[in-house]
Design a protein around this ligand. Structure first.
Ligand code: ZN
Length: 327
């Protein structure tokens, strides 16, 4: 994409300021006429949105150019919908346009819906699953061979980095109640090279155990696993996860009741997400009503030292977890 960009750089240099001005105007002329038809047609689970996210995703606002988180992100991975986690764009379609917003020349098949904008000129793009506003699409600008530019607000998306195929280890994060018990079953599982318990999914940086237990930070107790993909697979580990806790319990785990004990999988990429969805489908076919939530991974905060390898250090076996064959 960068090569294609340089091919057109002469044209860009010539008209850059006019160009930027034009796009700024184009992208900022938003309207407030919401299209709720897609959203209301299904009862999908939507992620809660901040006020700034609502302004763009629901009210079709536009973030200021050159301020978005992903404008200059060229890491490998997938951009998913902030509101519903629908995968929208692959990093391989992203190119540098200089317009101040992330630019893609192609969407993931059927992920994006194009609608006539209320201004009568532009074409609006929305998430095909939840109807959340993404931005606008422009054609015939000559940036890439596909000759299309999806001009997308960073705030409408979330980036899930790809796990490099050159690395020899991969990671997985599971939350299934008291993390001492979850870790107990994973630390000696085949192919697992490291386990670490901690907190994820909340709002406060570096939370303490006490803060998480006070239910003010939104974190769950979780475990991060590092594993060797030559010795085991994500699917094997996810199956173990579903067997060492009760994935049907909706208010905690065993006698540990509370939001920090909920069952959740934090996936690192689309493959992990699809694997987890496949296993949940298998369990639901067998009659289990699965409560486990799937979320893109975020910052994992390791717990205090005394929580690490708790049963290994202190002896004993978990009061809260036992393995039950479910697959
Ligand atoms: Zn969506």
């Amino acid at each position: 994409m960068l090569n294609l960009f340089s091919k057109h750089s002469k044209m860009l240099m010539a008209g850059m300021s006019l160009f930027t001005l034009a796009y700024t105007t184009q992208c900022q002329n938003s309207n407030n006429q919401s299209n709720h038809s897609i959203k209301s047609s299904s009862a999908m689970k939507l992620n809660p949105l901040t006020e700034n996210e609502k302004h763009v995703i629901l009210d079709k606002g536009t973030e200021r150019p050159f301020t978005g988180e992903y404008t200059d992100n060229f890491e490998k991975g997938t951009y998913i919908c902030k509101q519903c986690d629908n995968p929208l764009y692959q990093s391989s379609s992203k190119f540098h346009s200089g317009c101040g917003w992330p630019s893609f020349d192609d969407e993931i098949k059927d992920a994006v819906k194009k609608l006539p904008d209320a201004d009568g000129r532009r074409t609006e793009i929305v998430c095909a699953k939840c109807g959340g506003h993404l931005g606008h699409v422009f054609y015939g600008e000559g940036f890439t061979n596909i000759d299309t530019r999806h001009c997308v607000n960073s705030i409408s998306m979330k980036f899930v980095p790809e796990q490099s195929s050159t690395v020899t280890t991969q990671k997985a994060i599971f939350a299934g109640g008291c993390f001492w018990g979850v870790e107990y079953y994973f630390q000696h599982a085949k192919g697992v090279t490291k386990t670490q318990v901690g907190y994820i999914g909340g709002t406060k940086e570096n939370p303490t155990y006490k803060e998480v237990c006070s239910h003010t930070t939104g974190h769950v107790e979780a475990m991060e696993i590092t594993f060797d993909p030559k010795q085991t697979t994500y699917e094997e580990l996810a199956k173990l996860f579903f067997e060492i806790h009760d994935p049907t319990q909706t208010n905690g785990q065993g006698n540990d009741i509370g939001p920090q004990y909920l069952s959740e999988i934090f996936y690192f990429d689309a493959t992990q997400k699809e694997t987890a969805e496949k296993l949940i489908n298998q369990l639901e076919t067998k009659g289990y009503k699965i409560a486990t939530k799937l979320r893109p991974t975020e910052k994992f905060w390791p717990a205090e030292d005394y929580h690490q390898q708790y049963y290994e250090k202190g002896g004993g076996t978990p009061y809260c977890h036992k393995r039950v064959s479910r697959f």
